[in-house]
Design a protein around this ligand. Structure first.
Ligand code: BTN
Length: 280
């Protein structure tokens, strides 16, 4: 089993804190889910933006009720953290995509250049990061965005909307894990990656990206997203049975699909999308 190694968040936080003003940060040895813990703290009156990192999650959650395994055999193999902050964007559409894009860009910028076969961090709508290279693509990470409105303790009105952005990134292979398709991990790129390095790489740009999203929404990110879009031009099948050709995302973050009966957009968080093998 990969042993979860306790690492000093304090040391890393000394360099991050000045660039994340107003945030407090905490490293938890074990928690059910960093997203759930953020929500509990907000309910209990948390007032300042928060970064929670967990070495182990016993009930890590993904989209559509999936789980993010980071205990048992998977303990210590991934970086799991959540950011909680108040936000008031004009529209929330595309937020998960903006988060994935920020994380992917930050990681890609750190990858060693490997010529034309350089691995690419790609985005699978709406919330997965994939590692593409040498003819294969594997899931590298996932994003879980949740929102909640809280009244400040004692206040009668004027609820503040908070967002909790959870990020799970595979850092090392999961020993003994039995996957039909093993996930990708940062060690596939370079064994020097570890959880603190990954956190230090992605978290501050992510806060900047969230602030930019609050001001400007997803529209200014469409072209950058397109450059990382893992589905564009590929046949896809949706969990509701529809099929078509993925053809990019719109200014509202919806996935555009050209189906046999014409084009349609998917914005529903309830639908999952699977690429189909291309027809030869
Ligand atoms: O793949 C997915 O559907 C999203 C996975 C998101 C996992 C992260 S790990 C940190 C945060 N806490 C959770 O319970 N989930 C997110």
């Amino acid at each position: 089993m990969t042993k979860p190694v306790r690492w000093p968040l304090e040391a890393l936080w000394q360099t991050l804190a000045p660039r994340m003003p107003g945030f407090s940060a905490e490293l938890l040895d074990s928690v059910d889910s960093t997203n759930s813990e953020c929500m509990r703290r907000l309910r209990a009156g948390q007032q300042e933006p928060l970064l929670l990192v967990a070495l182990v999650q016993t009930a890590g959650r993904g989209r559509l009720g999936r789980n993010w395994q980071s205990e048992g055999e998977a303990a210590g193999a991934s970086l799991t953290f959540s950011l909680a902050l108040p936000m008031a964007p004009r529209s929330w559409s595309g937020l998960s995509l903006a988060v994935g894009l920020s994380v992917a860009d930050s990681l890609q910028a750190e990858l060693p250049a490997v010529g034309s076969r350089a691995p690419r961090i790609a985005l699978k709508w709406p919330n997965d990061l994939w590692l593409q290279g040498q003819g294969a693509e594997r899931k590298l990470g996932g994003i879980l965005v949740e929102t909640a409105s809280w009244l400040a303790p004692g206040a009668a009105s004027g609820a503040t909307r908070w967002v909790v952005v959870g990020v799970g990134l595979n850092v090392a292979p999961r020993d003994g894990a039995d996957f039909s398709t093993p996930p990708g991990c940062l060690h596939d790129l370079d064994a020097r990656w570890d959880a603190p390095t990954a956190l230090g790489c992605v978290v501050e740009p992510l806060v900047d990206a969230l602030q930019a999203f609050e001001r400007e929404g997803f529209a200014p990110l469409v072209a950058r997203y397109a450059a990382r879009d893992a589905l564009a031009g590929r046949p896809v099948r949706l969990s509701d049975g529809r099929e078509g050709l993925a053809s990019g995302v719109g200014a509202d973050g919806a996935l555009r699909v050209r189906g046999p009966a014409g084009p349609f957009d998917i914005s529903s968080a309830e639908v999952s999308v699977r690429p189909l093998p291309a027809v030869a």
